[in-house]
Design a protein around this ligand. Sequence first.
Ligand code: DC
Length: 221
Amino acid sequence: MIIAIDGTTSSGKGTLAKRLAAHYGLPHLDTGLLYRAVAKSALNKGIDFKDERECALLAAHIDLAEFDERELRTAGVGTAASVVATLGAVRRALFELQRKFAQQKGGAVLDGRDIGTVIAPDADVKLWVDASVEERARRRFKELSAMGEDVTEHGVLMQLKDRDARDSQRKDAPMKPADDAVWIDTTRMTPDECLAKAIEVVEARKAAPKEKKAPVKKPKA
Ligand code: DC
Protein backbone atom coordinates (compact mmCIF):
# COMPACT_ATOMS: atom_id res chain seq x y z
CA MET A 1 0.00 0.00 0.00
CA ILE A 2 1.35 3.45 -0.98
CA ILE A 3 0.29 6.25 1.38
CA ALA A 4 0.91 9.80 0.13
CA ILE A 5 0.77 12.60 2.69
CA ASP A 6 1.02 16.19 1.49
CA GLY A 7 0.40 19.46 3.21
CA THR A 8 1.71 22.74 4.49
CA THR A 9 4.75 23.37 6.69
CA SER A 10 4.17 22.53 10.38
CA SER A 11 0.69 21.19 9.73
CA GLY A 12 1.59 17.96 11.52
CA LYS A 13 2.03 15.90 8.36
CA GLY A 14 5.54 14.74 9.31
CA THR A 15 4.49 13.44 12.72
CA LEU A 16 1.41 11.84 11.20
CA ALA A 17 3.48 10.17 8.44
CA LYS A 18 5.96 8.77 10.95
CA ARG A 19 3.25 7.41 13.25
CA LEU A 20 1.14 6.02 10.42
CA ALA A 21 4.19 4.23 8.98
CA ALA A 22 4.99 2.75 12.40
CA HIS A 23 1.37 1.67 12.86
CA TYR A 24 1.35 -0.26 9.57
CA GLY A 25 5.02 -1.34 9.72
CA LEU A 26 5.77 0.52 6.46
CA PRO A 27 9.00 2.33 5.51
CA HIS A 28 8.70 6.13 5.61
CA LEU A 29 10.39 8.85 3.56
CA ASP A 30 10.20 12.51 4.60
CA THR A 31 10.83 13.99 1.14
CA GLY A 32 11.35 17.49 2.56
CA LEU A 33 14.65 16.21 3.94
CA LEU A 34 15.88 15.61 0.38
CA TYR A 35 15.31 19.26 -0.58
CA ARG A 36 16.81 20.34 2.73
CA ALA A 37 19.91 18.21 2.06
CA VAL A 38 20.35 19.76 -1.41
CA ALA A 39 20.03 23.24 0.12
CA LYS A 40 22.48 22.40 2.93
CA SER A 41 25.01 21.04 0.41
CA ALA A 42 24.67 24.19 -1.69
CA LEU A 43 25.21 26.31 1.45
CA ASN A 44 28.27 24.28 2.48
CA LYS A 45 29.79 24.50 -1.00
CA GLY A 46 28.94 28.16 -1.59
CA ILE A 47 26.69 27.33 -4.55
CA ASP A 48 23.98 29.87 -5.40
CA PHE A 49 20.46 28.42 -4.66
CA LYS A 50 19.32 29.72 -8.02
CA ASP A 51 22.10 27.94 -9.97
CA GLU A 52 19.85 25.23 -11.42
CA ARG A 53 22.60 23.14 -13.06
CA GLU A 54 24.86 22.99 -10.00
CA CYS A 55 21.98 22.36 -7.58
CA ALA A 56 20.64 19.57 -9.82
CA LEU A 57 24.11 17.96 -9.80
CA LEU A 58 24.04 18.03 -6.00
CA ALA A 59 20.53 16.55 -6.02
CA ALA A 60 21.56 13.71 -8.34
CA HIS A 61 24.14 12.53 -5.79
CA ILE A 62 22.34 13.29 -2.55
CA ASP A 63 22.65 10.72 0.26
CA LEU A 64 20.68 11.52 3.42
CA ALA A 65 23.00 9.28 5.48
CA GLU A 66 25.73 11.91 5.03
CA PHE A 67 23.76 14.59 6.90
CA ASP A 68 23.02 15.34 10.52
CA GLU A 69 19.21 15.56 10.58
CA ARG A 70 19.25 18.31 13.24
CA GLU A 71 21.28 20.52 10.92
CA LEU A 72 18.76 19.93 8.14
CA ARG A 73 15.81 20.91 10.35
CA THR A 74 16.82 24.52 11.03
CA ALA A 75 14.65 27.43 9.86
CA GLY A 76 17.40 28.73 7.55
CA VAL A 77 17.80 25.40 5.77
CA GLY A 78 13.99 25.10 5.48
CA THR A 79 13.76 28.44 3.68
CA ALA A 80 16.70 27.55 1.43
CA ALA A 81 15.06 24.18 0.67
CA SER A 82 11.90 25.95 -0.43
CA VAL A 83 14.03 28.02 -2.86
CA VAL A 84 15.96 25.08 -4.39
CA ALA A 85 12.62 23.21 -4.63
CA THR A 86 11.46 25.77 -7.22
CA LEU A 87 14.14 24.48 -9.64
CA GLY A 88 12.68 22.01 -12.12
CA ALA A 89 16.03 20.26 -12.69
CA VAL A 90 16.41 19.63 -8.95
CA ARG A 91 12.91 18.12 -8.76
CA ARG A 92 13.62 15.88 -11.76
CA ALA A 93 16.93 14.75 -10.21
CA LEU A 94 15.09 13.70 -7.02
CA PHE A 95 12.16 12.07 -8.83
CA GLU A 96 13.54 8.52 -9.37
CA LEU A 97 14.71 8.11 -5.81
CA GLN A 98 11.29 9.06 -4.43
CA ARG A 99 9.43 7.03 -7.03
CA LYS A 100 11.50 3.92 -6.26
CA PHE A 101 10.87 4.38 -2.55
CA ALA A 102 7.12 4.63 -3.20
CA GLN A 103 7.09 1.53 -5.38
CA GLN A 104 9.01 -0.82 -3.11
CA LYS A 105 7.41 -4.17 -2.45
CA GLY A 106 5.00 -4.05 0.46
CA GLY A 107 4.39 -0.33 0.12
CA ALA A 108 5.56 2.87 1.80
CA VAL A 109 4.54 6.15 3.36
CA LEU A 110 5.92 9.36 1.82
CA ASP A 111 5.24 12.89 2.97
CA GLY A 112 5.92 16.15 1.15
CA ARG A 113 4.20 18.63 -1.14
CA ASP A 114 3.76 16.77 -4.44
CA ILE A 115 3.52 13.11 -3.45
CA GLY A 116 -0.13 12.59 -4.33
CA THR A 117 0.09 14.73 -7.47
CA VAL A 118 3.51 13.93 -9.05
CA ILE A 119 5.55 11.29 -7.22
CA ALA A 120 2.80 8.78 -6.53
CA PRO A 121 -0.41 9.82 -8.30
CA ASP A 122 -1.29 6.11 -8.13
CA ALA A 123 -1.09 6.04 -4.30
CA ASP A 124 -3.74 3.95 -2.58
CA VAL A 125 -4.34 6.60 0.07
CA LYS A 126 -3.77 10.35 -0.30
CA LEU A 127 -4.01 12.72 2.62
CA TRP A 128 -3.86 16.51 2.55
CA VAL A 129 -2.87 17.84 5.97
CA ASP A 130 -3.29 21.52 6.85
CA ALA A 131 -3.94 23.85 9.81
CA SER A 132 -4.46 27.59 10.22
CA VAL A 133 -1.26 29.54 9.59
CA GLU A 134 -1.42 31.04 13.13
CA GLU A 135 -1.58 27.59 14.72
CA ARG A 136 1.27 26.36 12.51
CA ALA A 137 3.35 29.39 13.50
CA ARG A 138 2.72 28.62 17.18
CA ARG A 139 3.88 25.02 16.70
CA ARG A 140 6.92 25.93 14.63
CA PHE A 141 7.93 28.68 17.07
CA LYS A 142 7.85 26.15 19.92
CA GLU A 143 9.90 23.65 17.92
CA LEU A 144 12.52 26.16 16.82
CA SER A 145 12.83 27.68 20.31
CA ALA A 146 13.35 24.19 21.73
CA MET A 147 16.14 23.72 19.17
CA GLY A 148 17.77 26.87 20.56
CA GLU A 149 16.98 29.11 17.57
CA ASP A 150 16.60 32.82 18.26
CA VAL A 151 13.14 33.43 16.70
CA THR A 152 9.90 35.27 17.46
CA GLU A 153 6.41 33.91 16.82
CA HIS A 154 5.66 36.84 14.52
CA GLY A 155 8.87 36.23 12.55
CA VAL A 156 7.97 32.56 12.18
CA LEU A 157 4.45 33.50 11.01
CA MET A 158 5.91 35.75 8.29
CA GLN A 159 8.34 33.02 7.21
CA LEU A 160 5.54 30.45 6.99
CA LYS A 161 3.42 32.77 4.85
CA ASP A 162 6.40 33.32 2.52
CA ARG A 163 7.08 29.61 2.34
CA ASP A 164 3.42 28.73 1.62
CA ALA A 165 3.39 31.28 -1.20
CA ARG A 166 6.66 30.03 -2.74
CA ASP A 167 5.71 26.35 -2.43
CA SER A 168 2.23 26.79 -3.88
CA GLN A 169 3.07 29.27 -6.64
CA ARG A 170 6.13 27.62 -8.21
CA LYS A 171 5.84 26.39 -11.79
CA ASP A 172 7.02 22.80 -11.24
CA ALA A 173 4.95 20.51 -9.04
CA PRO A 174 3.41 23.26 -6.89
CA MET A 175 2.15 22.29 -3.44
CA LYS A 176 -1.53 21.41 -3.82
CA PRO A 177 -3.96 18.72 -2.71
CA ALA A 178 -4.56 15.90 -5.18
CA ASP A 179 -8.15 15.84 -6.45
CA ASP A 180 -8.72 12.54 -4.66
CA ALA A 181 -7.00 13.46 -1.38
CA VAL A 182 -8.81 13.28 1.97
CA TRP A 183 -8.38 16.55 3.90
CA ILE A 184 -7.37 16.60 7.55
CA ASP A 185 -7.45 20.01 9.25
CA THR A 186 -5.27 19.60 12.34
CA THR A 187 -5.86 23.09 13.79
CA ARG A 188 -7.88 21.75 16.70
CA MET A 189 -6.75 18.14 16.64
CA THR A 190 -4.24 16.33 18.82
CA PRO A 191 -1.61 14.11 17.14
CA ASP A 192 -3.55 11.06 18.41
CA GLU A 193 -6.76 12.30 16.82
CA CYS A 194 -4.95 12.89 13.50
CA LEU A 195 -3.54 9.39 13.59
CA ALA A 196 -6.96 7.89 14.37
CA LYS A 197 -8.52 9.80 11.46
CA ALA A 198 -5.75 8.69 9.07
CA ILE A 199 -6.10 5.04 10.15
CA GLU A 200 -9.84 5.30 9.51
CA VAL A 201 -9.11 6.50 5.94
CA VAL A 202 -6.55 3.73 5.32
CA GLU A 203 -8.89 1.05 6.67
CA ALA A 204 -11.70 2.31 4.43
CA ARG A 205 -9.35 2.08 1.44
CA LYS A 206 -8.26 -1.43 2.40
CA ALA A 207 -11.92 -2.46 2.44
CA ALA A 208 -12.44 -0.91 -1.02
CA PRO A 209 -9.13 -0.99 -2.97
CA LYS A 210 -8.52 1.43 -5.86
CA GLU A 211 -8.38 0.24 -9.46
CA LYS A 212 -4.79 0.28 -10.82
CA LYS A 213 -4.12 2.82 -13.58
CA ALA A 214 -1.30 3.20 -16.17
CA PRO A 215 2.30 3.36 -14.82
CA VAL A 216 3.64 6.74 -13.67
CA LYS A 217 6.15 8.51 -15.94
CA LYS A 218 8.92 10.92 -14.96
CA PRO A 219 7.87 14.55 -15.64
CA LYS A 220 9.32 15.98 -18.87
CA ALA A 221 12.15 18.57 -18.76
O1 DC B 1 8.53 19.60 4.60
P1 DC B 1 9.77 20.48 4.77
O2 DC B 1 9.51 21.74 5.52
O3 DC B 1 10.92 19.73 5.34
O4 DC B 1 10.18 20.90 3.27
C1 DC B 1 11.17 21.86 2.99
C2 DC B 1 10.91 22.47 1.63
O5 DC B 1 11.13 21.47 0.62
C3 DC B 1 9.48 22.94 1.39
O6 DC B 1 9.32 24.30 1.72
C4 DC B 1 9.26 22.72 -0.07
C5 DC B 1 10.20 21.62 -0.44
N1 DC B 1 9.54 20.34 -0.69
C6 DC B 1 9.00 20.16 -1.95
O7 DC B 1 9.03 21.08 -2.76
N2 DC B 1 8.46 18.97 -2.29
C7 DC B 1 8.40 17.96 -1.41
N3 DC B 1 7.86 16.79 -1.79
C8 DC B 1 8.91 18.14 -0.10
C9 DC B 1 9.45 19.36 0.24
